[in-house]
Design a protein around this ligand. Structure first.
Ligand code: HEM
Length: 143
């Protein structure tokens, strides 16, 4: 990713990364089929689970994964490490039957969250698209 895109992704991410529970809530609200994949959350109302410890733990795992990925961006010689974590994510999700379409839904939901909660303009949107494309290229190869 070009340096200006890396900077745009990092700064917008830093501005929302503390919204762990709200991010997961936005994803489940927009795409109930994603929620339905979670044995702990399937079939329950979002309002009844969003305050639970399980929900907070999972929200924190997702956000931490993004933080790890984004921290690698723009740093030299991190390609192999990035590839490894993305491959592992693809494999663990393949084993759960998660589909590419559901990853695309996740992308849409996170994009919508960023758009309404972070500084946003066409350049920033483009930077995020590139960051997702790069990640999904590897994840999808393992899915
Ligand atoms: C578990 C991240 C998309 C369903 C996890 C874990 C992480 C994670 C870090 C825990 C470690 C692991 O098992 O690999 C992400 C990220 C995503 C994403 C960063 C998008 C870029 C999705 C989607 C679905 C999903 C789209 C479902 C449609 C699950 C399930 C678990 C899980 C069911 C297991 C939860 C448990 O039983 O503890 N995810 N995930 N994930 N993810 Fe995802």
């Amino acid at each position: 990713l070009p340096a200006n895109e890396v900077a745009a992704v990092k700064s917008t991410w830093n501005s929302i990364k503390h919204d762990e529970v709200a991010i997961l809530e936005a994803v489940f609200k927009a795409y109930p089929d994603i929620q339905a994949r979670f044995p702990k959350f399937a079939g329950k109302s979002l309002d009844s689970i969003k305050g639970s410890a399980d929900f907070a733990i999972h929200a924190s795992r997702i956000v931490s994964f993004f933080s790890e990925y984004i921290a690698f961006l723009g740093v030299e010689n991190t390609q192999p490490a990035i590839k490894t974590i993305l491959n592992e994510l693809g494999q663990s999700h393949r084993n759960r039957g998660v589909t590419k379409a559901q990853f695309e839904e996740f992308h849409q939901a996170l994009n919508a969250y960023l758009k309404s909660h972070a500084n946003w303009n066409p350049d920033i949107a483009h930077a995020w698209d590139d960051a997702f494309d790069k990640a999904y290229f590897v994840i999808f190869s393992a899915l």
